[in-house]
Write a protein that binds this ligand. Structure first.
Ligand code: PEP
Ligand code: MN
Length: 333
């Protein structure tokens, strides 16, 4: 059960609610976010929910039987929108596009990609400065100095930044330079990291783990929400299956299922989802037709020279073509 409390609840009313719920034998987690104060109540005993609903200070109450609660569409009907400021929104019915290189490589590289985004009216740039790589000998990112440079060029051009955070200790140093923290597939169940990202007032994009189920992704999102951060979106980026004709199996089914199960925006990553440049655009379009709220994809001036993931990175011409098709498709929806 979730109870939403009234904004200006009297402390005596709150105490009364807490003791009434305790009396039914439910364990209570008190959750305060940017948008509200909720009591997440877990238990099995039968009780009349109308009695809870009639207590002073209760704004709303619902039963949610799933393991995830606050991210469930049973709790909040309709989609949530994330506002990044300057009229940049995710989940507002338009297709949110986030594009950029796999890795931030140099000032020149960022400037060229920013110019491409500006030309195509794209407002959010992706790019990793802390890179999770399978091999310890591969390029692992420019680090915090790279992020500062990335931030400076984006700010000069009115572009928002999404970049991956890999560990708790990076959150504070990155905070000022980030608009959206990305949680990568490998960290999808790093519960300490999720707890801490629940305490920041920045948007979070959490990717599905390579072998993570949809329910596990939703429970990971619940970690962030229940720690106080509602500015949250989910990302399908492909899962690992027996198929090896492509890098990952983009799970198109996850898009409508997630849209049914949660009110959070759902983003598709077709670049990691298939891992083959030629086919990235059709997977992006398919995801939008399946109900995604946006796409995140990799683009580079010269994909063949990219330090990471060049094989799945679009060049500017391909990227522009995809943006045009995404815009046209949105009008068909
Ligand atoms: C990335 O976005 O470049 C990345 C490493 O993604 P994932 O965590 O989905 O592998
Ligand atoms: Mn990548």
């Amino acid at each position: 059960m979730i109870i939403q409390l009234e904004e200006k609840i009297k402390s005596t009313d709150k105490e009364n609610i807490l003791s009434s719920v305790n009396a039914i034998g439910y364990k209570i987690t008190d959750v305060k976010t940017q948008a509200g104060n909720y009591l997440v109540c877990i238990g099995k005993n039968e009780f009349d929910i109308r009695l809870v609903g009639s207590l002073h200070g209760v704004k709303d109450v619902h039963r949610v039987s799933e393991a995830y609660k606050l991210v469930s569409s049973k709790w909040k009907v309709g989609s949530s929108t994330i506002d990044l400021g300057d009229d940049v929104k995710i989940g507002d019915g338009k297709c949110a596009v986030m594009a950029g290189p796999c890795s931030i490589e140099s000032e020149e590289q960022v400037e060229k990609i920013v110019a491409h985004l500006v030309q195509n009216n794209i407002k959010i740039m992706r790019g990793g400065v802390f890179k999770p790589r399978s091999s310890p000998y591969a390029f692992r990112g420019m680090g915090i100095e790279g992020l500062k440079m990335f931030h400076r060029i984006c700010r000069q051009n009115g572009i928002k930044i999404i970049t991956e955070v890999m560990q708790v200790s990076q959150i504070a140093e990155m905070h000022e330079y980030v608009d959206v923290f990305q949680v990568g597939a490998r960290n999808s169940q790093n519960f300490n990291l999720l707890d801490e990202l629940g305490k920041v007032d920045k948007a979070i994009l959490i990717k599905r783990g390579m072998s993570g189920t949809i329910d596990e992704l939703l429970q990971s999102a619940e970690y962030i929400f229940s720690n106080g951060n509602e500015k949250l979106m989910l990302c399908e980026r492909g899962i690992r299956t027996y198929e090896n004709a492509y890098r990952n199996t983009f799970d198109i089914n996850a898009i409508p299922i997630l849209k049914e199960k949660t009110h959070l925006p759902v983003i598709a990553d077709p670049s990691h989802g298939i891992g083959i440049r030629e086919h990235v655009p059709v997977i992006a379009l398919a995801a939008m037709m399946a109900g995604a709220d946006g796409v995140i994809y990799e683009v580079h001036e010269k994909p063949e020279e990219a330090v990471s993931d060049g094989q799945q990175t679009l060049n500017f011409y391909e990227s522009e073509h995809l943006i045009r098709r995404l815009n046209a498709n949105i009008q068909l929806k």
